[in-house]
Design a binder for this molecule. Sequence first.
Ligand SMILES: CC(C)(COP(=O)(O)OP(=O)(O)OC[C@H]1O[C@@H](n2cnc3c(N)ncnc32)[C@H](O)[C@@H]1OP(=O)(O)O)[C@@H](O)C(=O)NCCC(=O)NCCS
Length: 202
Amino acid sequence: MRSMRANCRFYWGSNEVAAKALTSWGTNTLGFVIHARVHVRPATEDDLDEINDIYNHYVLESHFTFDDEPLTMDTRREWFGHYAPTGRHRVFVATDGDDVIGFATSSRYRPKPGYLTSVETSIYLAPEATGKGAGTRLYETLFKSIEGEDLHRALAGIALPNPESVALHEKFGFKRVALYTEQGRKFGRYWDVAWFEKPLGA
Ligand SMILES: CC(C)(COP(=O)(O)OP(=O)(O)OC[C@H]1O[C@@H](n2cnc3c(N)ncnc32)[C@H](O)[C@@H]1OP(=O)(O)O)[C@@H](O)C(=O)NCCC(=O)NCCS
């Protein structure tokens, strides 16, 4: 099992090499090169360790998810069973070389059948991979993959503050439709959650 720490070292090690080579071209050029080598593909069982490492970082370090205990691999494998290579419920990973640097999902919103035309979307990148366009690449692929499915709404709940996530969702056409105040408690305090929706299909 590769740890996220190891992934991040690889990621930054590669960036450092690129950075030295591109110093005179400036940071925009470097950002373009990093963006260009990110690849997005459907997740496989082999990715689950790295997906779990990325997610568990935010479980321990942030209010972005209201899980407060790291997910076990048994739970992660069960989670993976909710997705398929076709249909409404998908999971994609972003990779840089052999390393998984992030993942995005379209998940069942609620169990009752009337909710099947809504999906809840979610996205997490390794901390060192944020702010370089990988989130955009993941969401582009995710939303392309569910075009043509019998879906009407994508929903996303964002625990505030999280300006990066708000910006990404607004970039993809999500509009804020609700603010639930103090909807969750973590780290001994309550957090507001803004709910965003995006029309899908016809
Ligand atoms: C939220 C997250 C997935 C966004 O992915 P990302 O790769 O960092 O985002 P991108 O680099 O593709 O940027 C998307 C847009 O947001 C903008 N943006 C990024 N940070 C921003 C900020 N702090 N304020 C305003 N805009 C911001 C970017 O400029 C970009 O817009 P542009 O293409 O028009 O310039 C990523 O930051 C992440 O994993 N964060 C931690 C986990 C998390 O919060 N997950 C979501 C839980 S709801």
